[in-house]
Design a protein around this ligand. Structure first.
Ligand code: FEO
Length: 395
């Protein structure tokens, strides 16, 4: 599939894997994007694909360049979903020169131990292929320390690595203007929040670095190639990396027999009565945390509640909060509630977690013993009203 100039798409689709990184569900699959620049003088491959797909990958490459050799393999990112085929590419194209930065080659050695010629590039270095002229920019921690992006100055194509990528395999076409992109927007937020979410500052730095480039096409390593919707995609990454939230509340609860859930329902109802339209409820034992995280990235408000379990937090709630804490999110408001049967613990532990999260605590925590009574319901509604008022104020 020809994209621009001599740039071809040679990525593959994975509709078999259940969990990306063995953690994150893939209801629409995922693509591993690789690009082949079949220039008149030199041929360059930009990133590779998961090694399980090597046979179909090689076929795609050969369909474009036949028996020509590949001169350069540009390694923007070393995570094995993209670097997995380096050893096999080297076997089929023994003269290929690996192109990466200093940190790339530490990982090439550690993962694959491949020998041969290397071109170590630094910030701003360039490489001429003929028609296309490439320039390299280091963008550490988007999403690993070695990550860099490659900019084709001739055609304005940014090979962006994981940045601007999303879950979801490609169905037929790969450029946004030729496909229905509806499924990809939520999948992009889920991808961002799950995979890149911790690295807001590095993403901001990368956006600033690339801000001055005349980008006419973005070729990420996952999901569609962006040509028509470049501005939307860049603006989403900008908002998410600044942890900017929309007006709305995620109510996430852990319940065993429905009592804590009853309180969650009251809170959600009161939020709605107070005019909050975006209220999303999640049972933390039922919904994969991938989706809950995605909505916590979307909305400013979070109310969490759970039952006490063996004098500790309900385990699935603790697991969710650990994932939230690991992303070091900012600009969020939190309220919390909990329950116990014989020894109170959940509310205290949730309080400890909110300190760790550094979210703004809204309202008073609500605690109930065994089941919800009238005074608990009143307190729960007060908590919801406090959150609604704070959100309106914040707008
Ligand atoms: Fe798609 Fe960080 O690898």
């Amino acid at each position: 599939m020809e994209l621009k100039g001599k740039v071809h798409y040679v990525g593959v689709n994975d509709r078999t894997k259940a969990l990306f990184e063995n953690l994150w569900p893939l209801p629409y699959g995922v693509s591993y994007n690789s690009y082949l620049i079949a220039d008149e003088e030199k041929v360059a491959l930009v990133d590779t694909v998961d090694v399980a797909f090597f046979e179909v990958y090689l076929k795609k490459i050969k369909n474009i360049i036949g028996d020509r050799k590949i001169d350069y393999l540009i390694i923007n990112h070393m995570e094995p979903d993209h670097s997995g085929s380096i050893s096999l590419i080297k076997q089929y194209y023994p003269d290929v020169v690996l192109v990466g930065n200093k940190k790339t080659f530490d990982m090439v050695d550690g993962y694959y131990g491949v020998e041969g010629e290397r071109l170590v590039v630094a910030e701003g270095d360039s490489l001429k292929l003929g028609h296309h002229s490439l320039r390299f920019y280091l963008v550490p921690m988007v999403h690993w320390p070695e990550t860099m992006v490659t900019f084709d100055e001739t055609e304005g194509v940014l090979f962006s690595g994981d940045a601007f990528g999303c879950f979801g395999a490609l169905n037929g076409g790969c450029v946004d203007k030729n496909i229905n992109t509806d499924i990809y927007w939520d999948e992009m937020r889920r991808y961002y929040s799950n995979i890149v979410g911790k690295f807001g500052n590095p993403v901001q730095k990368a956006l600033q670095k690339c801000g001055g480039l005349d980008i006419r096409m973005i070729c990420p390593t996952h999901g569609p190639v962006w040509e028509e919707k470049i501005q939307e995609v860049v603006s989403l990454y900008d908002r998410w990396s600044r942890y900017e939230g929309e007006e709305g509340v995620v109510v996430a609860y852990g319940t065993m027999y429905g009592n804590t859930e009853e309180m969650a329902e009251v809170i959600a109802e009161e939020l709605s009565l107070q005019g909050i339209k975006n209220v999303v409820m999640y049972n933390v034992s039922h919904t994969p945390h991938s989706y809950i995280l995605s909505d916590i990235f979307r909305y400013k408000g979070l109310i969490v509640g759970c039952t006490t379990y063996n004098m500790h937090l309900y385990p699935e709630m603790e697991a969710l909060l650990n994932k939230v804490a690991a992303r070091e999110m900012k600009n969020r408001m939190i309220g919390y509630f909990g329950s116990f049967t014989w020894a109170s613990a959940a509310v205290k532990k949730l309080g400890e977690f909110t300190e760790k999260l550094k979210f703004e605590v809204v309202g008073s925590p609500v605690e109930m013993k065994q089941s919800m009574k009238a005074d608990n319901e009143t307190q729960a509604r007060e908590l919801a009203r406090a959150m609604a008022a704070r959100l309106k104020e914040n707008n």
